[in-house]
Design a protein around this ligand. Structure first.
Ligand code: ATP
Ligand code: MG
Length: 570
């Protein structure tokens, strides 16, 4: 392609709307433009990167035996009512009615549609196993769309679904997808980790997330460097301590202290000169069975997902002020566990501790020397806090360390959740009717591209891996009016094209500085600069975007060297 004919509207200035590097660089490189919150157009340069990413995903899906299809974006409500998700999916599901007053939604995911399709066409065990996938638009009305196409409302996803005769075969399909994902993210040149994850509203019994490691990631992941256990902190378990009754010898008498206006852990511990470890945070929640209290140590963070899972509830939320006042007789910030008449769930972290500081269930009052066994009843202990740096690993004697990641893929074992709800069955070898055992597997295509940029950029712009770079190389004649330079540039350009290398010829009548800046910004792995030396000495420079290394080669060797260098770095 010739630069002069391509639409690459690069920006010199940093766009104000962008909070993270990938968003800023994708806007500046002219890859995307915003239409509305969380809704983006992909421009030609961005499209090239997306297409290359898609192709790698497609190749690996096909290699794993998955078959591509396309499912409708607009989905009838009946299917979602059948699966039971119409009422639980929440506001991310964009619902609307058609002219005939029939309810529909924009597909945020496609378990219902695919289960409905497959149950109509698969009748026998002979048709199994089956893995189907598409690369298509999803819509989720995210509360906070941000970071460009990383957390968009309309976005491109590869979603695959497996159907098997039994759990054992389903586990094999799951493993096939796990392996395919590892190959995909490796080919994309990403540093990633597969971690155990919570299953969320998609449901199911088991799942892994594929995380691209990046400091800007929204997800926190824990990792044990002894046994290799890795999990999202949403899910990461903490080694369960033994709960032994205390002998009470160290218990002191409760003291009531005035803490005027002190509500947060920081304020209270600062004021009372105690460590956050010595404080119990009492949080009042409402769940499907009514209000309850959750207790965690002051230096720990409550984890609502673990709490929800521990209670086996679909939905819980922090109680609002009137509920807090009704239960504790005090405003927010002064809740404590003593005297509550609601269930009290305590985190394992409290076990073995004594003489805690708690809220006094009275405005501007806290209590000192509170001892759980003596002063209030814990309905039960559970693992309800997020893992933190240095926590004991649940699998071995090691300890956990925390890093940040961007979730680019997610795979789930669904079991028979959807096939039972939607009556998707097949006839086994004995002619008996059995439920299909399912799995589902997603990759955010746009998010993966954004994650690649988060992981690989510098102050000048994007540093694309050759596998997904919009062009593998750019030929930049320094002066397009110089006949000899242009001839050499055209010859190298033609030679590279002949080798099947995706090459861009920067034929714009621009200053070299501008050409170099643009090539750096849009992240082209190799730049072949054709300048005065081309006429004088018959040589050109080949510069690596990643290392900055420059090779001086004869014009006649340029094509070969570019090819070789790309093979080396690709
Ligand atoms: P998140 O926790 O980030 O909201 P999710 O767990 O809801 O994502 P899944 O349902 O697992 O997402 O979707 C599969 C994949 O689709 C994710 O791994 C991610 O790469 C991508 N994805 C999900 N939501 C978005 C979004 N709003 N914008 C872009 N990509 C997304
Ligand atoms: Mg997910």
């Amino acid at each position: 392609m010739r630069y002069s004919q391509l639409l690459i509207p690069t920006l010199r200035e940093d766009p104000a709307e962008a909070e993270v590097v990938s968003h800023r660089l994708m806007l500046r490189a002219g890859m995307i433009r915003k239409l509305a919150a969380g809704i983006y157009s992909t421009l030609p340069l961005g499209e090239r990167v997306i297409q290359k990413t898609r192709k790698i995903i497609q190749e690996e899906m096909n290699r794993a035996g998955a078959q591509e299809l396309t499912l409708p974006f607009v989905q009838p409500a009946e299917l979602w009512k059948e699966s039971g998700r119409w009422d639980v999916y929440g506001k991310e599901l964009l619902r609307f009615i058609d002219r005939g007053n029939r309810e529909f939604c924009l597909g945020p995911t496609h378990e219902e549609v695919i289960t409905d399709l497959v149950k109509g066409v698969v009748t026998s065990y002979r048709q199994l196993p089956l893995i189907l996938y598409q690369i298509h638009i999803k819509f989720r009305d995210e509360v906070r769309p941000r970071f460009g196409i990383m957390r968009a409302r309309e976005f491109l996803m590869k979603d695959a679904y497996s159907f098997d005769a039994d759990e054992k075969a389903a586990a094999q399909s799951y493993q096939k997808m796990h392996d395919a994902y590892s190959r995909i993210f490796t080919r994309l040149g990403l540093t990633f980790r597969a971690v155990e994850a919570d299953t969320g509203p998609i449901g199911g019994s088991f799942s892994h997330e594929f995380m691209v490691l990046a400091d800007t990631g929204e997800d926190l992941i824990v990792n044990c460097n002894v046994c290799g256990y890795a999990a999202n902190t949403e899910k990461a378990a903490i080694r369960t301590p033994e709960i032994v009754p205390q002998d009470g010898k160290s218990w002191k008498e409760i003291q009531r202290v005035a803490t005027p206006g002190m509500r947060t852990v920081e304020e209270v511990t600062g004021y009372l000169q105690v460590s956050p470890r010595d404080l119990i945070k009492t949080l009042i929640f409402t769940g499907s069975d009514g209000p309850f209290a959750a207790l965690v140590r002051g230096d720990h963070e409550i984890n609502e997902i673990k709490l929800r899972n521990a209670l086996g509830c679909d939905h819980i939320e922090l109680a609002d002020e009137p509920v807090i006042e009704e239960q504790t007789r005090a405003p927010r910030g002064f809740a404590g566990p003593i005297g509550l008449s609601i269930p009290v769930i305590a985190d394992f972290g409290l076990a073995g501790g004594s003489n805690f500081v708690t809220g006094g269930n009275e405005k501007d009052v806290h209590l000192l020397k509170v001892n759980p066994e003596r002063d209030f009843k814990i309905t039960r202990y559970a693992d309800i806090r997020s893992a933190a740096q240095g926590d004991p690993c649940p699998r071995c004697d090691g300890s956990l360390s925390i890093s940040r990641g961007i979730e680019v893929g997610h795979i789930f074992k669904l079991g028979t959740k959807y096939s039972t709800a939607m009556a998707a069955t097949y006839l086994d070898q004995q002619g008996r009717e059995q439920y299909l055992v399912m799995g589902c597997y997603g990759i955010g295509v746009g998010r993966t591209v954004a994650a690649a940029i988060e992981q690989s950029h510098d102050k000048d712009g994007i540093i694309f891996h050759p596998a997904i770079a919009p062009f593998a190389a750019v030929v930049a004649p320094v002066n397009v009016k110089d006949r000899q330079q242009m001839e050499a540039a055209e010859a190298i350009y033609a030679g590279l094209m002949q080798k099947g290398i995706d090459v861009l010829l920067d034929d714009r009548d621009e200053r070299p500085g501008i050409k170099f800046k643009d090539a750096d910004l849009i992240g082209i792995p190799l730049r072949i600069t054709v300048g005065a030396k081309a006429a004088r000495e018959g040589t050109v420079d080949i510069k690596s975007r990643k290392t900055g290394e420059v090779q001086l080669v004869n014009i006649s060797d340029a094509v070969h060297t570019v090819e070789e260098t790309l093979n080396k770095i690709g």
